[in-house]
Design a protein around this ligand. Sequence first.
Ligand code: HEM
Length: 414
Amino acid sequence: MNSNSETLGLRRFRSFGILTVVAVYLLILVGGVVRSTGSGMGCPDWPKCFGQWVPPTEASQLPANYKEVYTAQRVAKNQKLARTLQRLGFAQVAGSIFAHPTQYIETDFNPVKTWIEYVNRLLGALIGVFVLLAVVFALPYWRRDRAIFWLALASFLLTGVQGYLGSLVVSTNLLPVMVTVHMALALVIVALFLYAVDRAQWGRSQAGTTDAAATTANLVTPVALVSPDTSGTSMAFDASATSANHTTSAVNVLAEDTKPAASVLGWLWAALLLTFVQIMLGTQVRERVDIVSAAADYVGRENWVSQLGSVFSVHRTLSAAVLLLNLYVGFELWSLGKARLHRLTQATMVIIGLEIVAGIVLASFALPAAVQPVHLTLATMLFGVQFLTLLAVARARKSPEMMVSPEAARRVVA
Ligand code: HEM
């Protein structure tokens, strides 16, 4: 492979990776719409929808006994799953799947809900294709940084598992534990993929910064450009070498000065874990909402929040801890004076602010359907941005010279 086509191959993975991450977030948003509109059971079977690749638009296109047919299919699939789990030793989970009453609920055909769920599935399938292509596009990294290929492959395999879990969410008729596991796995996939793209991006900027550092050194110490051949004297060459060494050590001193402390990385891990816990708690709150709303026959929405119980109180209170911890971490990162960390800190704080406002609106205005997907998507975006910050800080600790801009280096040497 010549170097041009190699560079193209490497760039293709990075651009495509970013596109895939955006598509995954779009899928999370659409997933939120599916839920807030109650369309999760819009297609009672999987992967087809009412036994068709393109779902019907009217009930008349379905057999008269469609409700019994699809409920029976779902129950049969769950029994198969429960038997497998039992054989594997997960008797308790198997028992809860057998016993869960929601799977026996017969769902009426509603074309709007069916098509919302269908669009959700199409987007899911498209992401499957995107992630597969990302694995192919990661092949050029095999020689340069094998981890990128493995990360892309792991994301692809887990996306397959996620699709299967999605089918179980449907067949168990939104069995609570499935919804939470589905969410946790979505975050793991986002993290793996962001890591792969970030590593690929980092490889490029590493090359870029080396060039920039060289340029800086050349600009500030023109004598370093003098080669022994053109100067004709070894003294001139020695002088240039000494000057270049001074430049390098000055840049290194500057880099060490701005290297984030190990404790910052520790706090960042704590903030990321806390967000993960808060998201898992959020899904528990949402499961409570499902139970309360079903018990109320989906009427009297204004009374649901007051019945959410302790899980909601903990979720609400924990958001103050998420905010405070991130304010502290943000302050520490800000004081390092690095543009990338500034941008990531700003993004984190804006997302947390919006997320808390969305939560307060949900709690105070009887769970407006339009805000539900926003609250969900912001939560996963927060996790993604915190994870990117963690990667940036971990990298800056390993190679602090990457944090020094050519301008800063120029100032120090001057
Ligand atoms: C950093 C802060 C927060 C994060 C990361 C977060 C995250 C989440 C997540 C992931 C869900 C599940 C959404 C779904 O599955 O559709 C959720 C649900 C919920 N959260 Fe939060 N949340 C935060 C703050 C708050 C606050 C401050 C409140 C209220 C004062 C709140 C109220 C709710 C309510 C009522 C639900 C259920 C919404 C529904 O059923 O769609 N959240 N939260």
